[in-house]
Ligand binder design. Structure first.
Ligand code: BMA
Length: 308
């Protein structure tokens, strides 16, 4: 068992939120000032999403802020592209600031918004950093040859939905895009894959915890897997673990708003070499589990499949 579920799961659900929401799921995570910050997604009762904030001293017990953390913007150009809601945030710390990427939904498709904060009290939107239709953007916590790097997942009618990398000098203009990892046919991730948690630096490479989707007669099953990217050049995928590391098994993952879903937007590496992995269960509740980072890296390297 690579991921040990916390026995107190789910750790956060709608009744813990002091304003009306239908779900608490798909949260970005980061440690700030020795506190665990969770920026989670909630469906409102009209089916559109907003982001909330919860804080914890141990990574397991969270208290939710009285008011939402981010709602769709009232200012252009964001207003136009966030009208249907904001979803699935990822957080990364770079150059002393926290960057938050999120899906911006509107009648024009799904784009990715970028916001930044230093303290999780004041937040500033920076730019919309993709065209439609993209999801699952995670930014690396370091630059490569002075460029920011990100993994993302464009939609495509032709190719299965795959993981790409792009670079930027200023976080606004992105390019040098390359496809670096594809779903594998007749495999647990055969339908589509997407970056999950922001990449985690290890001595053997960047650990990328991603989601993979398998279509069944009973709908899609969302599971999590791991890949390893080269430290100096993250466009090189050194290894992809052949088997998933987490699949929906508990009642709170099998039944909910969308059944059979474990979906991650964040994980926190600890100084003792363990990892706290956070995931949304069935698009309805937040869950946590612990893992040993070295074991996840071994999992990538010991029984690997092709990246492309
Ligand atoms: C994906 C995204 C996620 C969601 C998942 C399962 O396409 O919309 O936000 O958790 O589907 O419903």
């Amino acid at each position: 068992m690579l991921i040990k579920r916390y026995p107190g799961n789910p750790i956060l659900q709608k009744d813990d939120v002091p304003y009306p929401v239908a779900t608490v799921h798909n949260a970005g995570m980061v440690k700030h000032d020795n506190k665990y910050i969770m920026i989670f997604r909630s469906h409102k009762f009209n089916g559109r999403s907003i982001l909330g904030k919860a804080v914890s001293y141990d990574g397991f017990n969270f208290v939710v802020d009285k008011h939402p953390f981010m709602i769709p913007s009232k200012e252009q150009p964001f207003k136009k592209y966030e009208a249907y809601g904001i979803e699935d945030p990822r957080i990364v710390k770079i150059d002393g600031e926290y960057l938050i990427t999120y899906s911006a939904y509107s009648q024009y498709g799904v784009r990715i918004g970028l916001a930044k904060t230093k303290d999780f009290d004041h937040i500033q939107r920076v730019a919309l950093i993709t065209e439609a239709d993209y999801r699952n953007v995670v930014i690396f916590p370091e630059k490569f040859n002075n460029l920011y790097a990100r993994l993302d997942r464009p939609h495509s009618e032709i190719s299965p939905w795959s993981i790409w990398i792009s670079y930027s000098p200023d976080l606004i203009h992105w390019g040098q895009s390359q496809l670096i990892m594809r779903p594998m046919q007749y495999h647990w991730d055969e339908m589509k894959i997407g970056p999950g948690a922001s990449p985690i630096k290890t001595s053997r490479g960047w650990l990328n915890i991603y989601h993979g989707v398998f279509p069944t007669m009973d709908g899609c099953v969302y599971r999590l897997g791991v890949a390893l990217h080269k430290l100096e050049d993250p466009s090189v995928v050194i290894a992809v673990g052949d088997e998933w590391i987490l699949q929906p098994e508990e009642e709170y993952e099998i039944t909910g708003y969308v059944h059979n879903v474990v979906f991650t937007c964040g994980a926190i590496p600890e100084p003792d070499g363990t990892l706290k992995l956070y995931w949304g269960g069935a698009d309805k509740v937040m869950c946590v589990g612990t893992a040993v980072i070295d074991e996840l890296v071994d999992h990538c390297l010991s029984n690997l499949r092709q990246a492309l």
